[in-house]
Every structure is written in structure tokens, then in C-alpha cells.
Write a protein that binds this ligand. Sequence first.
Ligand code: RNT
Ligand code: ZN
Length: 425
Amino acid sequence: MTNAISDDAVFGYARERYARIGVDVEAALSRLAAKPISMHCWQGDDVQGFDQGDNPASGGIMTTGNYPGRARNFSELTADFERAAEMVPGKKRVNLHASYAVFTEKNPWHDRDQLTYEDFEPWVAWASEHGYGIDFNPTFFSHPRVDHGLTVSSPNSDTRAFWVRHGLRCREIAERIGAELNDKVLLNFWIPDGLKDTPTDRYGLRANLLDSLSKIYAEDAPHVVDAFEQKVFGLGVEGFTVGDQEFYEGFAAKRGGNACVLLDTGHFNPTENVADKLSALALFFPYLPLHVTRPMHWDSDHVTLFNDDLRELAEEIVRVPGAWEKSLIGMDFFDAAINRVGAWAVGMRSMQKALLYALLQPVDTLKELQNEFRDTQKMIALEQLKVMPFDIVWDEYCRREGVPTDGELWDQVKAYEDEVLSKRN
Ligand code: RNT
Ligand code: ZN
């Protein structure tokens, strides 16, 4: 079937509609194409990693579902990642976890407190080849040395020391990756430490955490952005979380330099608005790292979708002065119940969509309406934005970026499933 109206003509119409409300579509498209989004390696293998055998993730998190085709090693995971990335417009980074150290015959397995840069060299070579920047995370979960749900905050000094060494090694590795790539690496600490039931000594555990972090962060690491990710609770540790928002904001603010807090959109109480937090943090911190996910009732890490929460987050990234540059956007979902490559693509594309939606707004006018107390007019303007011809601009962006439009996506996902994923068992 041939189209009665060319894609160019359709796009020209949409561009004109946006111009009439004061939005420069071309400027929005070029801005978006230059903003990297960090794609998490762990969607491809259900957060299992390579260092603990074939064991499901544990330590406060869980992946559910058993769709066929999980990536089982470095070559499968990188192949799947590439296939998903080819279906996502815009710039990509890769977000790695320490549990994805690549062990070979020449570089046999060693534990997490002994990791070195060499364990990640295959990732660095692969990422450089594809032009991806790298972000990094220590892995304080899915490991036998997690003791009663605790690592660096444990009352047991051996346990603490093991995990302090892990933190130190990861910071060295991140610093080296940044130096090799001449880039800044986001090093994000999510420490799941907590208790199943009501604590009787909160202070003691938090003092241990502070002592351990002080050791891990004693040195400067100029290529690293040091981020801390709090959480309300984890599975099996519902009673208490050692590293909460107050702890990490205090720690990061006091340390200064590149230290900051990372907001995971699934880690707050359900009625808290994560988007609302950006403008406050932007006034105090040099970076705004994010884990974008879709919680359902709990931190379920469903695939991120183009919904109201995501749009509001993207609007803050665009509206808060400096937040476009300060935001380090990373994705953090893992669904094992659907095609994992499709999940990756949809989640990443949703983030891109939300940023585009936010960029296609007359930001200065909207601010003026608020500041001049023209509230009814503001309401009408926001309602109009919801029905603008957004899909046409999105399709054009996909075409320019050489990736499938939404209408073409499933066929590509299905072809990879048939050719590659369905042959794994
Ligand atoms: C867990 C945190 C954490 C992990 C990843 C694997 O609740 O969100 O960021 O999901 O590091
Ligand atoms: Zn997270």
C-alpha cells in the first residue's frame, strides 16, 4: 500500500502545529538525540550476573517470570543488548554491575573483594566499539557474604571488611574505566542492608554504614560521580532499611565534590512524587542521577511506560534550570515474563518519548502563566499539549535515528525471538 500523503508532508504539518504554540520541533529533536540514556545490562538476564552460577537474584530484589531466551553469558548478553539498542533512538550508555565481571580460562573466577579492571576489559572494549559510555555499580546482593540481610553495616567486622573491599575495588574500577574512556562514570551504590522486623538499634547499623562509607570514599576519584540510592524497603527486609534518603542526602552533601543521591522511581512510598524531588536536589547537588522504573504496588520493576509519572519526571528534567545537563538518566527494570529484548526496547523508548513530550512544550510561556497567576490559562495550555500531534514527531524522530517506529517494533522483536532467543534453553 502506498501512502496518499508522504511522511515528510505529515511531519511538516505537525511541525507547523507546534510552531503555532511557540515550539521549535527541530531544536527539540536535536537536543533529544544528543542526550544519553544509560541502558542497564541486567534486563537481559534477570539480574543474575556471571559470578554466582545459575542462581536467581536475591538480597531484597526478585525477578518474576520465565519467558524463554534469558542471556546466559557475556556474548549472549551483549548480542541481546545490541539488538535492543538498535531499536532505540538516541545516544546510549551501558550500565554495568560488578556481578557481570567476565571470567575466562585465563582470568579465572575470583570473589567480589578481589575484582580488578581486567575483569571488565571485555565490556570496555565492546562499549568503545559501539560508542557507549559506561556506568558502574557495586553488587551488594545475590552473594553468600550477605549476612542476615547486611553487608557494610553488619555488626560482624569480617562481613563489613569484605564488603568495604568490594566497594573500594568497584570505585577503583569505575575510576579506571573513566580514565580509559576519558569520561565520567556514574558509580551508584545501592546497599540493600536492612532488617526483616522492627529494629532495636537503628543507630548502630547506620553508624556502621557511615564508618564503612568513610573508608570506601577516603580517596578522590575524579572520573567518578559517586551516587547513593536509598530505598523504603526490600523483600525480606521490610522492617528497616539502613540507607534511607536522610542518611544518603546527609552523607553526599557533607562529602561534597561529585557526591549525590540517585532517585529510583520505584523506591519511595507510593504517594510520593519522585518528579517533585528534582528541583530541590538541583539546588544542592551537581548531578541528578535517576533509575527509571515502573513500580506496581511495590518496587516491582515493571517495564517503564510512557505514563503520567514518566511524563512529569521528564518535564522536570526539561523545566528545572540545569537539570537537562545534571540528570544522569538510567533505566532500572527487569521483567522475565515477556520477551526481554522487547522489554528493553519498550522501556528505553518510553524514556525517549517522555523527554520528547517534555521538549515539545513552550516552557517559558508555561512558567510565565504560573508566575503571573494566570491559572485557568495554564490549565488550558496543559490540556492542549496532551492532544498535540505528538505521534507524528515521534515517528519522524525514529525514522531519522534509523530505528523502527512503534508500528514496526513488534515485527523486529519477533524476528530476533525466532532467530535467536527461542533457540536458547
Ligand atoms: C534495587 C535497586 C537497584 C537494582 C539494580 C540491579 O531495588 O533499584 O538499583 O535494581 O542495581
Ligand atoms: Zn534502582
